[in-house]
Ligand binder design. Structure first.
Ligand code: FE2
Length: 198
């Protein structure tokens, strides 16, 4: 039996959440595509208007599924709600060989006068020699990644969303209108964050 749980207008798209009694599914109905993805997620990824816009090319808002992200090497995980975060991260870290972690608090309060300067650094398009793993603990924010055609995909993350960006993918980070992101960063060895700007 199929239950329709919610219809919500998100910008120019219609979000439908339906259930088969056991699982939740997220149905995005847009002019550009129809994507049915299992929903254990608050994550929403979509093509982001290019900057500057390429002449003659209409901006797109089409949704990118978790499978679409995976084709770029971007892995998305959703931690279980109501379960201990540290023990879930312990399991994840040991499976992937990560031994270190820290927590970063990105907000005007934490960075003070250097907030704008820090955001400019985070928003500078860059790559790393290693993969980048981030778990959103509180707040929210955007990771933008380039697809294989150099188009921006914006990935909106909320608490319990975990993203793995592969080494060598161009990306950047931006807060949303809340200006608050508390995130855990996982490292294989000592904490290191060396961006190679484009
Ligand atoms: Fe980065």
């Amino acid at each position: 039996m199929l239950y329709l749980l919610r219809i919500k207008l998100i910008e120019s798209e219609i979000e439908l959440i339906i259930s088969d009694g056991r699982n939740l599914y997220h149905l995005f109905d847009s002019f550009w595509d129809n994507a049915l993805v299992t929903l254990k997620t608050k994550m929403h990824a979509y093509y982001y208007p290019q900057e500057p816009a390429v002449q003659g090319e209409a901006p797109t808002r089409s949704t990118v599924t978790t499978d679409g992200l995976l084709k770029l090497g971007v892995e998305y995980y959703r931690l279980e709600e109501g379960q201990d975060v540290d023990s879930q991260i312990d399991t994840f870290s040991s499976e992937r060989g990560y031994s270190n972690r820290d927590v970063v608090n990105i907000s005007p309060q934490s960075f003070g006068e250097s907030y704008a300067e820090k955001l400019a650094i985070f928003f500078q398009e860059h790559i790393h020699e290693d993969e980048e793993i981030r778990l959103i603990l509180e707040g929210s924010g955007f990771f933008d990644v380039r697809d294989k055609k150099d188009q921006w995909i914006r990935i909106a993350l909320e608490p319990l969303d975990l993203i793995v960006l592969p080494a060598g993918i161009y990306h950047r980070f931006a807060p949303d209108e809340k200006n608050f992101t508390k995130a855990m960063r996982l490292f294989k060895d000592l904490p290191k964050w060396t961006p190679i700007n484009r």
